[in-house]
Design a protein around this ligand. Structure first.
Ligand code: ZN
Length: 274
C-alpha cells in the first residue's frame, strides 16, 4: 500500500485528565476528537471507552454509544481495543466486540506493563481471534515484543486469521521493546512473508515523535494520540489529538507520501462498515 494510514489512539485507558486536560472521556468528546483528527489526516480511531469520571469501561453499551457518536460526526474506521485496561478479564476485554466494530486490536503475547502484567496466553489469543472471525471484525495484531510477532504467525498458520494482516509494533512500554530505530527494525524483520500492513507506535514523549514518521518512511503506517503520548513537545501537553495528527501528516507529505482515507483503509482490509 503506498498511502500512509494514520491511526489516532485518542484516549487509551490509563492516562487521566489531571495529566492531559484535553483527554476525551464521554461519547460526545470522543466524537469531537475523532472528527478533528480526521480533518488532520487520521483514517482510523483506536478506541477505549471511558466512564464519565474517566475510569476505563468494558461496557458494550458504552462502546456502542461512542461508536454511534463517532459515526454521527465523521467517516473514520473505528478499531476497538481488546487489551482493555490492566486487570480486566478476557471476558471483559472481549465484551465490546458484540458491537461489531470494523477492526479490533488483538494482543499477541503477555508483557510487563511497568509494575503490572498484561496477560495473553496462546489459548486466550486463539479465543480472541476466533471471536473476531465469527463477528467479522478485522484483527490488528498488537505486538509489544519481537516474540509477539511470531505468536501472531501461529494464529496465521492455524488459519484463525485471514489475510491481509495488520500488525502494530507498540514500542516504549516499560516491559516491552524500547522505542528505538533498532527495535523497530528488529520487529519489521520478524514479520512473516505475507500480505500485510504494519503500523509503528511509539509510547512516551521521545518515542512517539520518532517511531511514527520512521515507520511511515520504512513502508509502514503511523499511530499517534493521547494513549501513546500526552505531550506535543518536551513538557508541553498537546492541545488535541488532531494537533499530533497534523504533525505526522505534514511529515508524511513533506517526504512525498500520501495520506490514506478511511475508504482506502476499508478497501485494503476488505472492511464492511456496520
Ligand atoms: Zn489501546
Amino acid at each position: 500500500m503506498n498511502k500512509v494510514i494514520i491511526t489516532a489512539a485518542i484516549s487509551g485507558a490509563e492516562t487521566t485528565r489531571d495529566q492531559q486536560p484535553n483527554l476525551p472521556y464521554t461519547p460526545d468528546e470522543m466524537a469531537i476528537a475523532a472528527k478533528e483528527a480526521r480533518e488532520a489526516g487520521v483514517s482510523v480511531i483506536h478506541l477505549h471507552a471511558r466512564n464519565d469520571d474517566g475510569t476505563p469501561s468494558a461496557d458494550p453499551g458504552r462502546f456502542r454509544e461512542c461508536l454511534a457518536a463517532i459515526r454521527g460526526a465523521t467517516d473514520v474506521v473505528v478499531e476497538f481495543t481488546t487489551g482493555g485496561a490492566i486487570g480486566m478479564s478476557d471476558d471483559e476485554r472481549l465484551a465490546p466486540l458484540a458491537v461489531k466494530p470494523e477492526m479490533a486490536s488483538l494482543d499477541c503475547g503477555s508483557v510487563n506493563f511497568a509494575d503490572e502484567i498484561l496477560p495473553n496466553s496462546l489459548p486466550s489469543m486463539r479465543r480472541f481471534a476466533t471471536v473476531m472471525r465469527e463477528l467479522g471484525v478485522k484483527p490488528t495484531f498488537e505486538c509489544f515484543d519481537v516474540g509477539h510477532v511470531y505468536n501472531a504467525n501461529i494464529l496465521i498458520k492455524e488459519g484463525l486469521v485471514k489475510p491481509p494482516f495488520h500488525f502494530t509494533f507498540v514500542l516504549g512500554v516499560p516491559g516491552g521493546m524500547p522505542a528505538t530505530m533498532e527495535a523497530l527494525m528488529m520487529m519489521k524483520a520478524a514479520l512473516p512473508d505475507a500480505d500485510l500492513e504494519w503500523t509503528g507506535i511509539g509510547v512516551g514523549g521521545r518515542g512517539s515523535v520518532l517511531i511514527p514518521p520512521v515507520s511511515a518512511l520504512m513502508g509502514g503506517h503511523a499511530r499517534i494520540g493521547f494513549e501513546d503520548n500526552i505531550y506535543y513537545t518536551r513538557g508541553v501537553v498537546a492541545q488535541s489529538n488532531a494537533q499530533l495528527a497534523r504533525r505526522i501528516a505534514d511529515m508524511v507529505r513533506a517526504y512525498g507520501g500520501q495520506i490514506a482515507t478511511p475508504d482506502d483503509v476499508r478497501e485494503r482490509f476488505g472492511l464492511k462498515k456496520n
